[in-house]
Design a protein around this ligand. Structure first.
Ligand SMILES: [Zn+2]
Ligand SMILES: [Zn+2]
Length: 344
């Protein structure tokens, strides 16, 4: 099959140079992705809160259109009334009236990814220490075919299973975590990627890994690898796709319908030796402290407690979700160093 006919998008640009036996050009798509995630992290909390509101409005409109009235109602109710614990300059904790737990809900997704971070970060730190491995962020991609989301996800997961059975993989990696990211191009083709935090035993030539991935997929050697210097930031980056598995702005009624059919699909998991390590891992007090501003910490805060940032007493402000962005704006206008520390 001629790969170039599969898609005219950026990934095929990466395939072309191989045909002429030159080194592959930098994967253009993935470079864009890095810029995008950097751009995302630069957005203020008030901007992000506004985007979450817009996303939820869009989702509930789509749900109504599909006759999923109950789902629409749950999304609208989720985080609609908030109790915000604040000292006036920092927000220490936000307690919602109700959580819908819908997988595409941006508010519930944020909580879900925080839970994953609190659960896996201590295990990752301990694993790195005990097994003398270094973490890398590996993005595996596949060619695009006419298939639905479920088939696309199953195909890339199967390829990854084959990759893990290969000697090369086992010589160089001691397990890690995976998460799925879905996007769709303008031709309606699914682009499914696996974001992997791999614990690397030793260095290797990236070209060799490309060949291994080509063998596992049969038609794609496109991958991207970068070292992770800060494991907390690395984990945060990959669990982002658990809270935001797809681009909701380009999401239509058909996409939502398809997504509702995926109810039990796993979006995140562990593999290899790290998987077994997590089963037995009991975080010590030190490990728990290493997580930092974790949910388990802020969960204990109540009105009258000292603000973790400035020690001023916390008070409770009741507001609707629509008022939250503006409240963030007020807080964001306080001294920048302090606000940054409180952001999450
Ligand atoms: Zn929700
Ligand atoms: Zn404060």
């Amino acid at each position: 099959m001629n790969q170039l006919t599969l898609s005219a998008d950026l990934i095929s640009r990466d395939i072309q140079p191989v045909k002429s036996e030159r080194k592959p050009s930098p994967p253009a798509y993935l470079d864009t992705r890095v810029t995008k995630s950097q751009r995302e992290s630069r957005r203020t909390r008030s901007q992000r809160a506004r985007e979450r509101l817009a996303t939820k409005e869009h989702l509930s409109r789509l749900a109504v259109g599909l006759g999923e009235v109950e789902l629409a109602h749950k999304i609208e109710r989720c985080h609609s009334r908030l109790s915000v614990l604040t000292c006036g300059r920092h927000i220490a904790r936000i307690i919602p009236n109700f959580t819908c737990e819908f997988r595409l809900c941006p508010d519930c997704g944020r909580r879900r990814s925080r839970r994953l971070q609190n659960k896996y970060l201590p295990a990752m730190r301990a694993f790195m220490l005990h097994r003398k491995v270094t973490p890398v962020h590996l993005v595996l991609t596949q060619t695009h075919k006419k298939e639905n989301r479920k088939q696309s996800a199953a195909r890339i997961k199967d390829s990854f299973t084959r990759l893990q059975r290969r000697g090369f993989w086992n010589q160089h990696f001691k397990g890690g975590t995976w998460s799925l990211e879905f996007t769709k191009d303008k031709n309606g083709l699914h682009h499914t990627h696996l974001h992997i935090i791999g614990f690397r035993r030793k260095f290797f030539d990236i070209e060799l890994l490309r060949v291994e991935w080509l063998t596992a997929t049969g038609d794609s050697h496109v991958l991207h690898l970068k070292p992770i210097t800060d494991i907390a930031a690395g984990l945060q980056e990959v669990v982002k796709y658990v809270s935001k598995p797809l681009d909701i702005r380009r999401f239509g009624a058909e996409d939502l319908k398809e997504f509702l059919g995926l109810k039990n699909m796993r979006m995140f998991g562990t593999f290899g030796e790290f998987r077994n390590f997590c089963k037995d891992f009991e975080p010590s007090d030190n490990d728990a402290a290493a997580v930092g501003e974790s949910e388990s910490f802020s969960r204990d805060l109540v009105e009258g407690c000292a603000c973790p940032q400035c020690n001023e007493p916390l008070f409770d402000v009741r507001m609707s979700a629509k008022e939250l962005p503006q409240f963030y704006e007020q807080v964001e206008s306080s001294p920048p160093g302090e606000v940054r520390k409180s952001s999450h």
